[in-house]
Ligand binder design. Structure first.
Ligand code: FE2
Length: 287
């Protein structure tokens, strides 16, 4: 597309895994793609939107995130986007880092805990008001474990081409369960925790009026993304490549990481392909 005579290469990501070791599914959402993508980038919402739907067993992602609801964000700018760490102080005095890779304009590499399959979410526009959310789960060491598939699919529609199509819409307030809310459920969206993301995106309206936003410090990643996208538009208007495409980047190196480490270490020195091992591991979460 566009004026460039030579189409850029497809990114050569590492996620060329055979079907036996991966799981791919898609949901179509009635919201502009950027609303969906920004939701995927926002690390702080784990503690709020998903507070009732992500288990908080000891050492699980839910517990570690709940221990510090105000993560600090640090970034390393990359030719294709950035690496971002959400840093939380864990209860035993260590630091819990969720290190994400963002490849603009629409790839988010989501950190998983030790031995969990890798997850990449890709949010692409269908038109101005509809977007497709692709979920790629992959395990380089073997089949995606049953417990993981069960947790990912629980309560979702069985159609892998549109796995949240039974979420409802504004006419039935997305099947929000008010009785569950009276009993303490945060969102009242009880089918599958990813539905919470989709419904929040849709409930803003298909194209959000951003002039009415009040961004806070936990929105640093959103601000950074928007600035980079605007800069890419400027570059494109001047006939330059938007970002990344003309750089010599090994896209197979891009990988997210969730890691717990002693205070004083610096996540920026960690190699996501061969992360350092400390005497403790991030637990393999709630199975
Ligand atoms: Fe979410």
């Amino acid at each position: 597309m566009g004026r460039h005579k030579t189409p850029p290469k497809f990114y050569d990501f590492e996620f060329h895994f055979p079907p036996a070791t991966s799981l791919v599914r898609c949901a179509t959402v009635h919201a502009n793609w950027l609303q969906g993508f920004e939701g995927q980038l926002d690390s702080a919402h784990l503690n709020f939107l998903h507070s009732s739907s992500i288990p908080k067993t000891p050492n699980s992602t839910g517990q570690m995130a709940a221990d510090d609801t105000s993560p600090r964000f640090e970034f390393i700018e990359k030719p294709y986007g950035f690496r971002e760490a959400a840093l939380r102080n864990y209860q035993d005095g260590t630091v819990y880092a969720r290190i994400r890779e963002v490849v603009l304009p629409y790839y988010s590499f989501i950190p998983g805990n030790h031995e969990e399959p890798r997850l990449v979410v890709v949010v692409v526009p269908i038109d101005d008001e509809w977007s497709a959310h692709w979920y790629y789960y992959m395990n380089p060491f073997g089949p995606v474990p049953e417990w993981y598939i069960k947790r990912a699919l629980e309560g979702a529609d069985v159609d892998d081409d549109d796995f949240a199509k039974d979420r409802g819409d504004i006419t039935n307030t997305w099947n929000q369960d008010r009785v569950a809310m009276k009993n303490g459920h945060f969102s009242g969206i009880t089918k599958n925790f990813v539905y919470e993301d989709f419904i929040i995106e849709e409930s803003m309206g298909p194209i959000m009026d951003r002039s009415k936003e009040f961004l806070g410090s936990s929105d640093a990643v959103i601000v950074r993304t928007r600035r980079m996208l605007l800069r890419a538009l400027d570059n494109h208007a001047q006939g330059k490549m938007p970002f990344g495409l003309d750089e010599n980047v090994d896209y197979r190196e891009i990988r997210a990481l969730a890691i717990r480490y002693p205070k004083g270490e610096d996540w920026k020195t960690f190699d996501t392909k061969q992360p350092p091992t400390f005497e403790f591991q991030v637990s393999d979460a709630a199975k």
